[in-house]
Design a protein around this ligand. Structure first.
Ligand code: PHE
Ligand code: ZN
Length: 866
């Protein structure tokens, strides 16, 4: 292939910058067809580094002028670099460039979305705005002036504080902003548009008044109050839990409909995907409301963990992301329901991060190399990164963890640092030796821990022997794994004093519990104390006991998941062998008991406990996956439960009706979750009456949670005719076609349907006016969600693979980041049979052979094939 191999960048090659940029003065002239950016950079040689020319980064810039200290300068430009030699040790460099945000379809740098201009600079978008040292360890103080047509762009925003504004000739105006904080370029942002604003304020613990503002497209102000409340709650929570106050006078959030990711923590000027701002009970579900709380908090928390202390280089991404996810998880747990929050975190980790860590893109939370940094905004860096932070807290305790955070800010406020720096602060505050623990930062793979229990009646002792392994790691050295345990008697009681956190530090290690009267039932990895796969040879009776009596809700849930997994995987093997699976009555009885005890245990917990493990998670437990058998097995168990427990499901469905006015609080949300779970089980039965029940719920619901749950249950129905399904889908679109985020739901409910004709539907929908082939949310809802539909994407004839390859090639130049995310659908292709593999390989090779394939996709595809 005559293509240049894109370079691999290595952590070990890090060197400090040869130049500092102390101040940046930017002037944006926004005009139709082009924006002109004048940048004045105060440069200073880094005295700690041998003298080197100045080499600035750039991308898609048209250079109009370069001068040094006011004199035209000589320079060497390539498409991606601007080099100046023989500069004085300190000087002012002025560059003038022209960019075209209207043609910027990558949504990185300055781009147009509907009628406004927005920026996205993390990780390397700032170089698409002006020539710069686009790396996070170069921090500068920015002032920014924006000029634009006043009528079309009445709102002009940048980081920091507004300092001046005024009118210009020809109906134009300008605004100047100054950000007092030094920041790396990736936190830069500007916005120009016609936007409505919701204003409020927050008084910090020490009495500073912070002005809050949420900017949205006109007409959407009534969908902003929830995000505003979430922001205020986050500010309060961070003061209480971590003693961290907001340092800003102005905190702005701008929502935009075209955005590659969830949201961005630009200093004082967050830019959000509309998905994580806009909510109203009739258009957003309980889960949407909760996600908004978490994402608003996440971006706000970055103001300390990410912005005040930032990353030295992009290999350290988990320094800010793992820590900030941990913080938003804790906030979410405090705000909603700690038990189910943890369960959902682990469910998410197993559905996305464990497969990633077992596949071709596996990497440590701090990667050692990358081709394209955008490919490493992964669930490993984020979610496993958060698990690693959680383990630190588990090992040293909450108080020492808090002291470690204080120490981290005392040492590093205003700096760009590494993961070692963070851990060193934790070590200093706690006295804990983290040397072995650092392995979590440097090795990929999910460790497996096999536990064996031995009871000695003469000694009255119980010994747990733990053996760890990680075939993905580069050596056999052991990781430090905190394993929370407790012992239960066969008579379902927690044995006093048996709760402990074991520290597994060797490859194999034994832990002895004394004074144990009878063979106990161990509950292992309570609260999911480490991101590992733990194996123990439980009997179904022991698991049933734990499901009913374990006081740690996570491990009670886990026991249920283990029971269900065993049944489903066994049934899949039966189905593959042409036999009919049998389901034990004991499991049905355990589920019945859960339904009967929903008051005591909480509806939210019961809903989680009765949600069977997902196909993607189950597939990871198999050597070779037969997706049809797995699908049939899982749904077979659902149908079996529906048949056996129809009375219970119907009874609870009626009993759990929420009579109060809708509020997205955890109490109501839990009841709705369980009620809608009952409905979804009931729709496993071939009953017209039950379909009418779902349709009635769909029609009568006064909130999106219930309306959408009914629609989702109906969308799976695969009867030759199901009028309720057809009508609900048609009515839903008709009612919501002007609400972009609701249209996303409509697309996704079809792309994730179980129905065998799903691919045909998805293909048809790509031609539907509801779809927009340039909008990330639409692509994620229709195409990526299809890639996560295990049984349909991995169709035996390879049609799913061929479709995905086609979409990736249609998209890759237009939006490399989103195309690359689609390419990740292929990650697990080697877990399927030879015929499927042949189809997947052909699709991957077709993508790889495409002339001019962008490096984002190339990296993913080469790793998949490699
Ligand atoms: N830093 C953002 C966050 O996690 C994510 C992001 C990365 C957004 C890259 C855009 C581009 O909060
Ligand atoms: Zn983040």
């Amino acid at each position: 292939m005559n293509r240049e191999t894109p370079p691999t960048i290595y952590l070990k090659d890090y060197t400090p910058p040869a130049w500092w940029i102390d101040t940046v003065d930017l002037d944006f002239v926004v005009e139709t067809g082009a924006t002109t950016v004048t940048a004045r950079l105060a440069l200073r040689r880094n005295p700690a580094v041998a003298a080197q020319p100045l080499v600035l980064d750039g991308e898609d810039l048209e250079t109009l002028g370069v001068s040094v200290d006011g004199q035209p300068a000589t320079f060497v430009a390539t498409p991606t670099s601007l080099t100046l030699t023989d500069l004085p040790d300190a000087c002012t460099l002025t560059t003038v460039v022209r960019i075209d945000p209207d043609k910027n379809t990558r949504l990185s740098g300055l781009y147009r979305s509907k009628d406004g201009y927005f920026t996205q600079c993390e990780a390397q978008g700032f170089r698409r705005i002006t020539w710069f040292l686009d790396r996070p360890d170069v921090m500068s103080v920015y002032t920014v002036t924006l000029h634009a047509d006043k009528e079309a762009f009445p709102v002009l925003l940048a980081n920091g504080n507004p300092v001046a504004a005024g009118d210009e000739a020809d109906g134009r105006h300008w605004a100047k902003w100054a950000d007092p904080f030094r920041k790396p370029a990736y936190l830069f942002a500007v916005v120009a548009g016609k936007l409505d604003v919701l204003r409020d304020s927050f008084r910090t613990a020490s009495g500073r008044e912070v002005q809050l503002a949420i900017y949205v497209e006109p007409g959407k102000l009534d969908q902003c109050p929830h995000a505003m409340a979430a922001l205020q709650k986050s500010m309060k929570w961070d003061e209480e839990r971590f003693g961290l106050e907001c340092d800003l006078d102005h905190y702005m959030i701008v929502a935009v409909g075209d955005f590659n990711m969830g949201a961005m923590e630009n200093k004082g000027l967050n830019i959000f995907n509309t998905k994580y701002v806009l909510a109203r009970p009739d258009v957003a579900t309980d889960v949407d409301f909760e996600n908004i709380d978490r994402v608003v908090a996440h971006e706000y928390f970055h103001n300390w963990t990410g912005n005040r202390v930032t990353c030295r280089d992009w290999f350290q991404l988990s320094l800010k992301e793992g820590l900030t996810v941990f913080r938003d998880q804790e906030f979410g747990a405090d705000l909603h329901n700690r038990q189910t929050a943890r369960i959902r975190e682990v469910r998410g980790l197993r559905a996305a991060q464990f497969p990633e860590d077992a596949g071709p893109m596996a990497h440590p939370i701090r990667p050692a190399s990358f081709v394209e940094i955008n490919n490493f905004y992964t669930s490993t860096v984020y979610e496993k990164g958060a698990e690693v932070i959680r383990m630190i807290q588990t090992l040293i305790g909450r108080d020492a963890f808090r002291a470690g955070m204080d120490e981290y800010f005392r040492r590093h406020d205003g700096q760009a640092v590494t993961c070692e720096d963070f851990v060193a602060a934790m070590a200093a505050a706690s006295g804990f030796d983290f040397t072995q623990f650092m392995r979590w930062y440097n090795q990929p793979g999910t460790p497996k821990v096999v536990v064996d229990g031995h009871y000695d009646p003469l000694e009255r002792s119980y010994t747990l022997t733990c053996t760890q392994s990680n075939p993905r790691a580069s050596d056999d050295a052991p990781a430090l794994i905190p394993i929370r345990v407790a012992l239960f008697t066969e008579a379902d009681e927690l044995i006093a004093g048996s709760e402990r956190t074991l520290q597994l530090t060797a490859n194999s290690q034994s832990f002895v519990f004394n004074d144990i009267g009878d063979e106990p039932v161990p509950s292992l990895l309570r609260d999911f104390s480490a991101p590992v796969n733990l194996e123990f040879d439980y009997t179904p009776e022991q698991l049933t006991l734990l499901l009913a009596f374990e006081t740690d809700p996570f491990n009670a849930w886990e026991a249920g998941q283990r029971l269900a997994s065993t049944l489903i995987l066994g049934a899949a093997a039966e189905i593959a062998a042409g036999r009919t699976p049998q389901w034990p009555d004991s499991f049905t009885a355990a589920c019945r008991r859960l339904l009967q005890t929903q008051r005591e245990r909480g509806a939210a917990f019961v809903a989680e406990a009765l949600t069977l493990p997902g196909e993607t998670t189950l597939a990871e437990q198999l050597e070779i996956v037969d997706p049809d058998a797995l699908h049939a097995a899982r749904n077979g168990l659902r149908r079996h439960l529906a048949e056996q427990l129809e009375g219970e499901f119907s009874g609870l469905y009626a009993a759990l009706t929420v009579k109060e006015a809708y509020a997205p609080d955890s109490e109501q949300a839990g009841r709705r979750a369980l009620r809608n779970l009952c409905l979804s089980y009931l729709l496993e039965l071939d009953s017209d009456a039950l379909r009418r029940l779902a349709y009635a719920q769909f029609r009568e619901a006064d909130n999106m949670t219930d309306q959408f749950a009914a629609l989702a249950a109906l969308a799976n129905i695969n009867a030759a005719v199901c009028v309720q399904r057809e009508e609900a889908l048609a009515e839903f679109y008709d009612r919501w076609k002007d609400e972009a985020l609701v249209v996303d739901k409509w697309l996704q409910v079809q792309s994730t349907s179980r129905r065998p004709d799903t691919l045909a539907t998805v293909k048809a929908l790509t031609q539907h006016p509801a779809f927009d082939a340039g909008n990330p949310n639409k692509i994620y809802a229709l195409i990526r969600a299809f890639g996560a539909n295990l049984v349909r994407f991995h169709a035996a004839d390879g049609s799913g693979y061929a479709f995905m390859a086609e979409r990736i090639l249609l998209l890759h130049e237009r939006n490399p980041q989103v195309a690359s995310r689609l390419a990740r659908s292929f990650d697990r292709w080697k877990k399927f049979d030879a015929d499927r593999q042949a189809h997947a390989r052909a699709a991957l090779e077709k993508i790889r052979a495409h002339p001019g394939l962008v490096r984002d996709v190339l990296e993913v595809v080469e790793r998949a094939l490699g």
